[in-house]
Design a protein around this ligand. Sequence first.
Ligand code: NZQ
Ligand code: ZN
Length: 385
Amino acid sequence: MNNFTYHNPTELIFGRGTLEHLATKLERYGKNILLVYGGGSIKRTGLYDKIIHILRAEGCQVTELPGVEPNPRLSTVRKGIELCRTNQISLVLAVGGGSVIDAAKGIAVGAVYDGDVWDFYLRKAVPNTALPLGTVLTLAATGSEMNRSSVVTNWETQQKHGASTTFPAFSILDPEHTFSVPKDQTIYGICDILSHVFEQYFTHTTEIPLQSRIAESIMKTVIENAELVLANPEDYDARANLLYAGTMALNGTLPVGVVTDWATHAIEHAVSAIYDIPHGGGLAIIFPNWMKYVYKENVGRFVRFATEVWDVNPADKTEEEVALEGISRLEEFFIRIGAPRRLADYQIGDEHLDSMAVKGTPYGPIGNFKVLEKEDVREILRMSL
Ligand code: NZQ
Ligand code: ZN
């Protein structure tokens, strides 16, 4: 295990009816609110009305930024920054999925920065201060509710980049807020959560039994609850387990002392930057192909994945056979839950393979389990067509 420091300041408020905690948070962070939300799901579910009711009862001034896109756009983040400056916002409140939260993070750091917020995403600058941010999460997927990452797309230049921005001060997670997530978005969320674990599980770092078992436990929890949630979207416990798994998969618990990978996310972001496909859908397509491309770098880790996560019986099989069976089990699971299988499912052909390979390696080679050059990325994308 490598040395590490670990600090996560987000207050996680989890469970049925927890929206009522919002009022006490407002007392602490001020009453001049920028309410950030997406394309209307929170209005359809009634969550918007409940939040406005709480904000009014607390005497808040509310400025709204509706319409944050899935795969949020830089132009929207800039709009939010402008609203913060003209309205002396004291708290950015994001209500929605990862896209809404990521946009709100960009707004929170951009509002108190003299330069262009895109600098953070281009790694030209690092934010050292931010407006306070609170979130009410409505979709189990990204883990953005308890980490400092923000992923934003500059649509003019077709670049999708992540930046380290700011942790939410608090995040309210009520599993009932996720009952209305449609089937396709639920599936994408499941694929995204598993992918976050894969990025941190496939490592050459040794002597990490605790990190490995936590990762395996998250994966098993997602696999066990995925079909329950899809069969009954209002199964509270299954939604709750998925929601907590999503947070645990990307809140800094797994990478402590471990060299992590993240190549597949970089590749998916390159695909999304050109084709604007759902993040979790892209990952479901690319990850099994990444696995087939890299497993020989450390067959033992894939044997562990197969036996611990998928209960593959290793008797009378070579290590390679066991490793490949684990990858097949993952593919079968993705098929069973209805995830997309090939880039062709999104009408993506080989037209932009080179361009995606370039965008996938914006700062040079990616990944650590196997260091991938542009040509490797191209090959993984070709395998995913
Ligand atoms: O926009 P609205 O109307 O709210 O609808 C959304 C959107 O259409 C809908 N939705 C959300 N909650 C709902 C709901 N519909 C009904 N009922 C609800 N309760 O779902 C659609 C997708 O929402 P989105 O926020 O885009 O999904 P997700 O949470 O998967 O976020 C995806 C974005 O996060 C980035 C991805 O790249 C992508 O841009 N990521 C962020 C990460 C992070 N900050 O740590 C890490 C991830 O790896 C990922 O890259
Ligand atoms: Zn992801």
